[in-house]
Design a protein around this ligand. Sequence first.
Ligand code: HMG
Ligand code: MG
Length: 308
Amino acid sequence: MADRVRIYEVGPRDGLQNEAVAIPLETKRAFIERLVAAGLPEIEATSFVSPKAIPQLADADALLPNLPRASGVRYPVLVPNERGMARAEAAGANALAVFTGATDAFTQHNIGMTIEASLAAFEPVLRRAADLGWWRRGYVSVAFGCPYTGAVDPHQAVAVANRLLELGVEEVCFGDTIGVGVPGQVRAVTDAATGAGIELHQVAYHFHDTRGTALANVVAGLDAGVRCFDSSTGGTGGCPYAPGAAGNLATEDLVYLLDASGFEHGVRLEGVLEAARFIAGALGRPLASKVGQAGGWDSGSGMATGRA
Ligand code: HMG
Ligand code: MG
């Protein structure tokens, strides 16, 4: 059996949260419909955060109940506190991600709490989610470098990840929020995680492609045995509380790499390209991703595939 990789789509959440112009709910729904049609099994749909902090996702309560309920698709949502949990519950969520960071400085800017305070805020949220049988992820942002304090020790990021696991998340996701990481760091974080007792199937990576290192970092993660990677169809994305954060790794670039490397994942490149063209059109921008521009490649004919 071929080696299987999970592609965790963050386009509707991370991809859109930083857009300046309001995106209609119907556009978000139509984007997600296309992601489902492309075979993406995990789609981070929105955030139940303060609408003042992230105005672009203020329609979460109305969006989530309107999504296609295809079997086998999971729609995790970001939840920062009990208020967000109550909203997510009312909207019919059944999967969530809590989010903190490897440094107090970033966490304070992002969610107005120290790391310790964020863990205290997540405790009742994660307890409730576990009681309800929801799937649960925990992010550790700025694991590869912080826009406020600089270099981050991998052991510092892993210590936070272990605290999240103690609170009951099923998976920890290390974020390169501002896209400064390189492959050697991916190996160092993975080694620090496994050295601290975290199992590889509990680890995911979330790379922003600010400096063009995201795909190289995925390869380093694959080589280290990690099998879950985040990406954003169309390569959109960025965190407004992380100066310098640019787009996420594009899902189409990730799918191309995995296909050509023989990994199974269940996602259709042409479907992703269609969704990427749709969201780029809605945002009024050309597609930034490499595979979005060049298309895929058919090794039989030698021709590009999936271009508009
Ligand atoms: P705060 O202002 O410190 O908290 O915000 P507060 O409790 O004083 O609340 C302030 C106001 O927000 C109050 O309303 C609350 O009711 C309201 P007011 O009285 O002023 O009218 N409020 C809420 N409203 C709706 N839903 C809620 C909620 N909570 C409070 N859940 C808070 C603290 C955490 C709420 C805020 O800082 C926040 O929402 N931050 C979210 C920031 C965010 O979403 N950042 C982007 C996602 S993280 C990311 O992108 C990184 C990632 O991609 C990984 C990576 O790249 O590394 C995941
Ligand atoms: Mg991000």
